[in-house]
Design a binder for this molecule. Structure first.
Ligand SMILES: Cc1cc2nc3c(=O)[nH]c(=O)nc-3n(C[C@H](O)[C@H](O)[C@H](O)COP(=O)(O)O)c2cc1C
Length: 170
């Protein structure tokens, strides 16, 4: 169990990647982890687009100001929300966040590297992804996760803040 806690605590955003393919088997493991995320009423209101086409990936920094690292990535996963699949209205954002985090953890478990680049609720980014991937009207691009073979050492971060913890009342 402690190993698992260490594993969570050593996940870091990786923004530099070496060239190299990601095995189909690993892509499926990552997507399986994404779909094991908790969701409100187990509604699973998500879709995932696996993007391997470099020409497509290279267009992303044109409308996403903080995503220049995607150009080096072996592939990316676009996490999309589908409010039409909701049975618990308004919860899709939290569900897609949990799926995104599971992707990051699965990537870490496979000794690969990734970073969550945020899309929703920034209108210009959402518009860019909608156009680039020809998304249906009801589908909302939520996050884009470039994935590759790490070319940087993850830094150690101490983030435990006692003052942020409250017991029984504020
Ligand atoms: C909602 C959200 C949006 C983010 N968007 C970006 C982004 O657009 N570009 C980027 O490089 N990192 C992005 N990040 C990654 C954060 O910068 C990173 O998680 C944070 O600095 C903590 O570092 P760590 O992930 O290594 O622990 C985002 C993270 C979250 C949760």
């Amino acid at each position: 169990m402690n190993e698992f806690l260490d594993f969570i605590n050593t996940r870091r955003s990786i923004r530099k990647y070496k060239e190299g393919e990601i095995k189909e088997e690993d892509i499926n493991k990552i997507l399986e982890a994404a779909m094991q995320a908790p969701s409100a009423k187990n509604q699973q209101p998500w879709h995932f687009i696996v993007v391997k086409d470099k020409e497509v990936i290279e267009k992303i920094p044109g409308f996403h100001p903080n995503a220049s690292m995607v150009k080096q990535a072996s592939l990316g996963i676009l996490v999309c929300g589908d409010p039409n699949l909701e049975t618990a209205k308004g919860m899709w954002v939290q569900d897609c966040s949990a799926a995104t985090q599971n992707i990051l953890l699965a990537v870490h478990a496979l000794n690969l590297g990734a970073v969550w680049t945020g899309i929703y609720p920034r209108e210009d980014r959402m518009e860019g992804f909608k156009k680039l991937f020809d998304l249906p009207e009801n589908i909302i691009p939520f996050s884009f996760i470039p994935i590759g073979h790490p070319d940087e050492e993850p830094f150690k971060a101490e983030r435990f803040k006692k003052e942020r913890i409250h017991y029984d009342k504020w």
